[in-house]
Design a protein around this ligand. Structure first.
Ligand code: SF4
Length: 510
């Protein structure tokens, strides 16, 4: 039994809670009196409450995020009814702003806003030293920005089980100097760098323990070119098959010195999440996101031509000033740059972000429930926004999944990719009336029908393309609906290359 329980509901089991490990690492003398218990949002809130109560803690710290706030509210509600004496402390981005408006804050005893790595220890020490009922602490406790030089790094807290089964998150810097109004990181200034020698020592220990895949949570990994280069060179010197590194990048900053290191990695080893968000300069101006589009396009071309980087590019639907036509133009422009994946994100109104200043002028109406997605605005009505939401979902299933790498471009053979994919998206929705739970074979069959009947393409070409995609996933059973259109396969001259990369990214490695 521990006096302090650190807990959160992860979006999926494979997401290890990075924030909790930072809190535990920095508990100082209280560390032996604390433990971590992780759950995920698919577990029943009462079952989670039961497990928390069974540990009989005096203090429970909850990490609250946009993806878990609804379920966490239920968990805390149950705990407080059964054991009102347990002190509940909240932290995390979802409760760092607009605290007065939130039910979950009402239920909790304390909320630490901002980066709580050091503040949590201070609050726990104060609570454990006195009776909580006599504590002089205010309910809302703002944390000062912690100095990285004073922070204990949390990497030794990843267990063998984490290493075997979960995504390992790491961080070389915090904060972002840019001011995109929809993004919480725009409030995180100044940018702070983790002391590099200590960070590299921890990375080495993780490599020695067998970690092969690292996800960097830095908002702009390529901001400090010297640090980014040092980290890339560090991994390059130790590269082994199956290594995979994910970084978030700003797209218009890729100097020659970084390009050399990036190009030296083998195909599939690096994934860059590149936020484009909009190609409309007026919209970029409205939301204070200025970028050099010529340089952005040149960097995409470099990455796709000279490197094996897997690009995951982000575009947003629903920004103030962005019409459907302008989004469509941006989507087509991005397709022409050939990123392996495009995340079409629906604008969310994150608590605390300055995007709300456009609410009146652009008639921005958001869903009041998390994840607070836009429902309509002055330029896109609700019905159209729903079509775009489906477009985004189906794009993920078809364009991003890696299951249709060769067949996806057939959808827009002679047309604008946006227009053609929207036609397919609406056709698919009319047929299935759902945006999830469509089995891969069923999706293939529907795509075959759409391409051959609706688009009137040659069934043999379509079948051969779908079959190539299907085999890429390691399958060899010819689906019945296209057997008649497939020629006998030539014997395979070389065996399919086995790779330890994440499955979706591996399928994109054509
Ligand atoms: S969107 Fe990216 S560049 Fe803009 S503020 Fe957020 S993290 Fe920084």
């Amino acid at each position: 039994m521990s006096d302090i329980l650190l807990t959160t509901l992860n979006a999926k089991y494979i997401h290890a809670a990075f924030g909790l490990r930072y809190l535990l690492a920095n508990l100082g003398e209280l560390k032996p009196r604390a433990a971590i218990a992780e759950f995920d949002i698919n577990q029943r809130p009462l079952d989670i409450a039961e497990q928390v109560l069974a540990r009989n803690p005096r203090i429970v710290g909850f990490g609250v995020y946009i993806w878990n706030v609804a379920q966490t509210t239920e968990v805390i509600s149950a705990i407080k009814r059964v054991r009102p004496d347990i002190v509940i402390i909240l932290g995390g981005p979802e409760v760092s702003y607009e605290t007065a408006l939130q039910k979950i804050v009402e239920l909790a005893d304390y909320v630490i806003t901002g980066e709580a790595d050091l503040k949590f220890a201070e609050v726990c020490a104060s609570l454990l030293a006195s009776s909580p009922s006599r504590s002089a602490l205010p309910k809302i406790i703002p944390a000062e920005l912690p100095d990285f030089a004073k922070l204990a790094l949390p990497y030794d807290l990843y267990t063998e089980d984490d290493i075997a089964h979960r995504i390992i998150y790491v961080e070389a810097s915090r904060g972002c100097p840019f001011t995109c109004e929809f993004c919480l990181s725009s409030l995180d200034v100044p940018v702070r760098q983790v002391p590099l020698p200590a960070f590299l020592e921890h990375l080495q220990r993780l490599l020695d323990r067998g970690v092969k895949q690292f996800k960097f949570v830095d908002r702009t990994f390529n901001l400090n070119v010297n640090v980014s280069k040092a980290i890339l060179e560090f991994f390059l010197a130790r590269h082994q098959p199956g290594h995979f590194f994910h970084f978030e990048m700003v797209p218009d900053r890729l100097p020659e010195t970084l390009r050399e290191s990036i190009a030296a990695f083998p195909p599939g080893a690096l994934q860059f999440e590149v936020g484009v968000q909009t190609f409309n300069e007026d919209v970029g101006g409205l939301i204070k996101r200025r970028q050099n589009y010529d340089r952005l396009e040149e960097n995409f071309r470099f990455l796709r031509t000279n490197t094996g980087v897997h690009i995951h590019a982000d575009l947003i639907v629903g920004l103030p000033g962005e019409s459907v036509a302008s989004f469509a133009e941006g989507f087509d422009r991005l397709i022409a740059l050939h990123p392996q994946e495009i995340q079409v994100g629906i604008l969310k109104r994150l608590r605390g972000t300055p995007i709300v200043r456009h609410d009146l002028e652009w008639q921005m109406i958001y869903n009041p429930h998390p994840p607070y997605e836009i429902l309509q605005n002055k330029l896109i009505d609700f019905a159209m926004m729903q079509k775009l939401r489906r477009f985004a979902r189906y794009w993920d299933m078809v364009g991003n999944s890696g299951n249709f790498v060769s067949a996806t471009p057939l959808i827009w053979k002679d047309d604008s990719p946006y227009r053609a994919f929207m036609r397919w998206s609406e056709w698919l929705h009319a047929k299935t009336r759902r945006t999830d739970g469509i089995a891969l074979l069923r999706l293939m069959e529907l795509m075959f029908e759409f391409l051959t009947v609706e688009s009137r393409q040659d069934p043999r070409t379509v079948a051969a393309t779908l079959w190539t995609d299907y085999k890429r996933g390691g399958r060899h059973d010819k689906p019945g609906f296209m057997k008649d259109y497939l020629m006998e396969d030539a014997p395979e001259t070389e065996s399919r290359s086995k790779t330890a990369l994440p499955k979706r990214q591996a399928r994109h490695l054509v």
